[in-house]
Design a protein around this ligand. Structure first.
Ligand SMILES: NC(=O)c1ccc[n+]([C@@H]2O[C@H](COP(=O)([O-])OP(=O)(O)OC[C@H]3O[C@@H](n4cnc5c(N)ncnc54)[C@H](OP(=O)(O)O)[C@@H]3O)[C@@H](O)[C@H]2O)c1
Length: 329
């Protein structure tokens, strides 16, 4: 049946300005890293994506290598674009990235101009798009001058193949250097995508300050630590979970007993706040105004709906924040 987006889609959604740019992003965005590959059921993926847009998630995050196989998440998104999303293209912010291993030989990885521009062309074909809204360099490349990688992002924008540029996984020092090059070029650079959750707080050690100082937005990825910041692993590894499946990035050995113990205590606090642990973990990131958007994953629609309810309670008392700090210490 033809998809018609819900008229109520913007009724409850919150949006934040991305750094000092003109672009606003939803407080919760959806990524297609792990659950949108050739191994996943198309009908389930389609339902998640439709439900997201129906609830004001206007921002979808992809990368050339998302799959497996690499490229398959973009292909899946291209099918949804053709079947459902085309009439709503101007209501969406679609991002892709290049920076990890994508094709054989010396030109299919890292940060050369050759790789980045060829990869963006491939991504556009797979996603059946004329342009993406954000094109990211996915990770810093120590062997390519940062000027070359940033000029490639700049060129992508000048060619009209991307509206804005972004960087991901750059540390504070690397980000400052890249941003100064982009400022010199007057590239519409607006965002840094960084791993940030209650379990992964490296951005607090300098990166967030750099982003604030330079007027750059921050989108926090893996806010649920791939599921560890939910109640799902409190009593073992359920079948069908990311840690139980092959070809995923969460291995059972990452579920360290001390992490699960922390998750158990956080879960108790979340209950006292009337939230699920997933909701509290998302709200905790949004308490910082430097965080533009929280970039979640979901393997089913019910998870997405659960996570969206985080927006109903983003306030933390001082006491709650101190309790969280003592649990995480
Ligand atoms: N720039 C980068 O280098 C980079 C790297 C990684 C990710 N990302 C981006 O960040 C996005 C999100 O990453 P992520 O998937 O790791 O995020 P995440 O939100 O930390 O984890 C998502 C997983 O948590 C579980 N989950 C989600 N909502 C839940 C809920 N309400 N209750 C219980 N469990 C829930 C699901 O696990 P199950 O599958 O077990 O059901 C889901 O697959 C990616 O899609 C990608 O766009 C970027």
């Amino acid at each position: 049946m033809n998809y018609q987006a819900k008229d109520t889609r913007y009724d409850t959604a919150g949006f934040r300005r991305c750094g000092k740019s003109g672009l606003k992003l939803p407080e919760i965005s959806l990524g297609l890293w792990q659950n949108f590959s050739d191994n996943d059921l198309f009908s389930n993926c389609r339902e998640i994506l439709r439900t997201a847009f129906d609830h004001g998630i206007t921002h979808f995050d992809l990368a050339n290598n998302y799959g497996p196989p690499p490229g398959s998440a973009e292909e899946l998104f291209g099918r949804i674009m053709e079947k459902d999303f085309r009439p709503y293209r101007d209501e969406m912010v679609i991002a892709t990235k290049a920076g990890y291993d994508m094709w054989p030989g010396p030109y299919g990885d890292h940060g050369s101009r050759k790789y980045l521009l060829a990869s963006l062309d491939q991504s556009l074909k797979r996603m059946k798009l004329d342009y993406v809204d954000i094109f990211y360099h996915h990770r810093p490349d120590p062997d390519t001058p940062v000027e070359e990688s940033m000029l490639a992002l700049d060129q992508a924008v000048r060619q009209g193949k991307a509206l804005y540029a972004g960087i991901s996984n750059y540390n504070a020092f690397e980000a400052e250097k890249a941003i100064s090059v982009l400022k010199e070029l007057r590239t519409p650079f607006i965002i840094h995508q960084a791993k940030y959750s209650m379990f992964e707080r490296w951005v607090e050690g300098g990166l967030l300050n750099v982003l604030e100082k330079t007027g750059t937005g921050c989108i926090a990825f893996s806010p649920l630590a791939q599921g560890m910041l939910t109640d799902k692993y409190l009593n073992g590894i359920p079948g069908q979970s990311r840690a139980a499946r092959n070809h995923t990035s969460l291995k059972p050995e990452q579920l360290l007993p001390e992490r699960i113990e922390k998750a158990r205590k956080l879960n108790e606090l979340a209950k006292m706040r009337g939230q699920s642990l997933a909701q509290m973990a998302i709200a905790w990131l949004l308490k910082d105004s430097r965080v533009t958007s929280v970039l979640i994953g979901a393997s089913r629609t019910s998870q997405l709906m659960n996570s969206l309810e985080a927006l109903n309670n983003k306030h933390f008392s001082l006491e709650e924040l101190m309790t969280i700090e003592s649990i995480l210490a």
